[in-house]
Design a protein around this ligand. Sequence first.
Ligand SMILES: [Zn+2]
Length: 298
Amino acid sequence: MTAAPETDAELPGYWAALGLPGIVDVHVHLMPDRLQQKVWEYFDAAGPLLGRPWPVQYREDMSARLGRLRAMGVQAFTGLLYPHKPDMAAGLNAWAAEFAAQTPGCLHTATFFPEESAADYVREAIEAGARVFKAHVQVGGYDPRDELLDRVWGLLAEAGVPVVAHVGGGPTATAFTGPAVFGEVLARHPQLPAIVAHLGMPEFEGFVELGRRHPAVRFDVTGVFTKFGDDLWPFPRAEARAVLTELGDRILFGSDYPTMPNTYAEQVAAVAELDLGDEWLRAVFRENALTLWPDLQL
Ligand SMILES: [Zn+2]
């Protein structure tokens, strides 16, 4: 086993020791500055919400944030963004398309909200080359079974474009988070290449069961297995290790960078310390993502 990194500065050496030229992070958030500031304000205020502070680690301007990502050896990353109200997603999609076009390593991302125009702007985004979508059921406060989204899920399933789906009940549940509701979406759209964010935290078991039923479903490990994640919703290790081995080719690394409550190295170490072997780590940090986006030039 390669020793886990303790600091961000050790990350490039850690990848090299694993035999990787760099990694793919499927859960990075990059958004227009005004929206980013609002998100950070939300997390700053999340102390009372969670009964604990959420110390945003990488609050820097965009060029510093991107430079840091590359310096840590993250060769490709999503730039996820998401709306919290109607009439917002199409504008975000325009921003994201332009941003990705001028940002090496950034996957072209898009998003949606249950609204009349959703199917049209999602189709346009796919035609314009969007490689990954983000659905934030909790922040959006919507029902993913909303009939305005049925065509959206269908389009993503047909095109085979992955959607990072925050559908678990962490950090705060809504009436529409959890495996039962999203299971209905998957039952209607079994080919949907959903990437269940945060391993479905805190409903790990229910989402893993959905993954077993739907081979197109993947998972990201964002926020799981860290001290912060364990304090809130631990995923018992023996159970987690069994599940992560079983679904090994469908587990993807994600960090929530820059709005993460711990350092990047801590998230990497949390995954490394699961002790599932270097081959499993190479798959999770890089190779599994390259099966989703085989034409990535890394
Ligand atoms: Zn996120």
